[in-house]
Ligand binder design. Structure first.
Ligand SMILES: [Zn+2]
Length: 191
């Protein structure tokens, strides 16, 4: 018998605050999708260098129970994330749109001890400790934070030109070159 067919399926609310208390211990499954803007995700908002119209993340969540031989069926949570935020480009220091499209699969476990015992080589799915007041909003935010590039950068050739290279003066006055502190440093290193 497929347990999923007899369990009630609950539609998740699209309201961010409603995602903070989801009963993942109840014998029911969930599904839902929505959009979170950057201000809905306070830790992400701290990372964002700017917020442009449309920035934020579409999320999709679905849970089901999977038969596992010799033990209770395991609850699986699938999460899809798709969206954009602005980070500081580490090459030109201007805002840089970072697009993310992530899919994650989690296995719900009963305790921290069980989560610790979860095989770490399993990259396909990660453990989550189920609770009656599970904070899905926080989990979504965790996954976005974990997916951010360590060194955000525009694609090659797409950096904003540095403001000073547009003045035109530096190119026309080679006489100033010797006074440029960077050239002095360069010469010092040579000696
Ligand atoms: Zn850049």
């Amino acid at each position: 018998m497929n347990r999923n067919q007899v369990l009630p399926q609950i539609q998740l609310s699209t309201e961010p605050s409603d995602l903070k208390k989801i009963d993942l211990c109840a014998p029911q499954t969930y599904q839902g999708a929505g959009f979170l803007s950057i201000p809905d995700l306070p830790r992400l908002a701290q990372e964002a260098s700017a917020v442009y119209p449309g920035d934020g993340f579409d999320w999709e969540i679905r849970t089901h129970f999977e038969d596992s031989p010799g033990s209770e069926p395991r609850q699986i949570l699938d999460m899809g994330l798709n969206g954009r935020l602005q980070l500081v480009c580490q090459r030109c220091l201007q805002d840089c749109a970072v697009d993310l499209a992530e899919a994650r699969r989690f296995v719900l476990v009963d305790s921290e001890a069980q989560a610790d015992g979860f095989p770490i080589e399993d990259e396909e799915q990660e453990p989550l400790v189920a609770s009656q007041h599970f904070n899905l909003l926080e989990t979504i935010e965790d996954e976005i934070l974990l997916s951010l590039p360590l060194i955000p950068k525009h694609p090659d050739g797409f950096c904003e030109p540095h403001a000073s290279s547009f003045t035109g003066e530096a190119l026309d006055e080679p006489s100033e070159e010797s006074e440029n502190p960077f050239n002095i440093l360069k010469n010092m290193k040579k000696n």
